[in-house]
Write a protein that binds this ligand. Structure first.
Ligand code: SAM
Length: 246
């Protein structure tokens, strides 16, 4: 008989240092790896439990396939989820379609992370989000404002607007956690993550933590392994989780 999928993770422990690795990405409630580039549910769970309390309001303005939304529901937080792509919102809503012991308020809506016009100043307790990494993965073909269609220079300019909106909607002394990865061009690393960190600092945030998140889905075999040796570059196998405080 197939094992029943649990609603909550079994044997969950909070991360305690600055290197996070989740070789088993996490399979509880409605989570799966189908939404391209979605994050392991262990990441929002750690962020939510460490930087908010029950009844708080959590925002993910790049909600994608809804991983953060599901974790907010399971940890008794109110939640606002936004994405520019209506297809993502449909997936998020379907992921939230399960019963649990909490009765939280959950709003899922279409919008643009650069202009969160429906959210009042200083109204959010925690931002826990995972934007596209410039144009590494395209999340739509031609949606106007989709950051995943923008090359690095344009992307970083637009991320400045995202950072300013994060700062505006967050309550004072509260936290904003962002996962970001780097990219490579003509063999040279493009430090998208550190550039993003500086942009958030310029928007007014203080950097509380820089966490290295190991990537476990990298293709360290075949084509990429051969090329990394032939052209003498290292395969990028980590991302950064920045935790900022307002
Ligand atoms: C990396 S994915 C998020 C994945 C999510 N953490 C999950 O686990 O499913 C990034 C998302 O940002 C969305 N996006 C791109 N540009 C946006 C914008 N300007 N405002 C809001 N969402 C945007 C994309 O449609 C995509 O769903």
């Amino acid at each position: 008989m197939a094992k029943k999928i649990p609603l909550q993770p079994e044997d969950f422990e909070l991360e305690t240092n600055t290197v996070w690795a989740f070789p088993n990405r996490g399979k509880w409630a409605t989570h799966d790896a189908k939404y391209r580039g979605n994050w392991s549910p262990y990441i929002p769970r750690n962020v939510i439990l460490r930087y908010s309390v029950e009844g708080d309001t959590v925002l993910d303005q790049f909600v994608g396939g809804g991983t953060t939304a599901v974790e907010a529901k399971l940890t008794n937080r109110n939640f606002i989820g936004i994405d520019i792509n209506p297809d993502a919102l449909k997936i998020t809503k379907s992921k939230l379609d399960f019963e649990c012991e909490f009765n939280t308020s959950i709003d899922i809506m279409q919008g643009d992370a650069r202009s969160l016009s429906t959210i009042a100043d200083g109204s959010i307790d925690l931002i826990c989000t995972h934007p596209p990494y410039a144009d590494i993965i395209h999340y739509s073909e031609n949606i106007d404002g989709d950051l995943s269609l923008m090359p690095m220079k344009e992307y970083l300019f637009e991320i400045g607007k995202v950072a300013e909106e994060c700062y505006r909607v967050l309550k004072k002394d509260k936290f904003c956690a962002i996962l970001m990865g780097d990219t490579r061009k003509k063999g040279m690393v493009q430090p998208l993550a550190f550039e993003t960190m500086r942009i958030f600092e310029m928007a007014g945030f203080k950097t509380k933590e820089i966490i290295i998140k190991e990537q476990h889905n990298c293709k360290a075999t075949g084509y990429w392994k051969t090329n990394s040796i032939k052209f003498n570059f290292l395969l990028l196998a980590h991302e950064y989780l920045f935790v900022f405080r307002k």
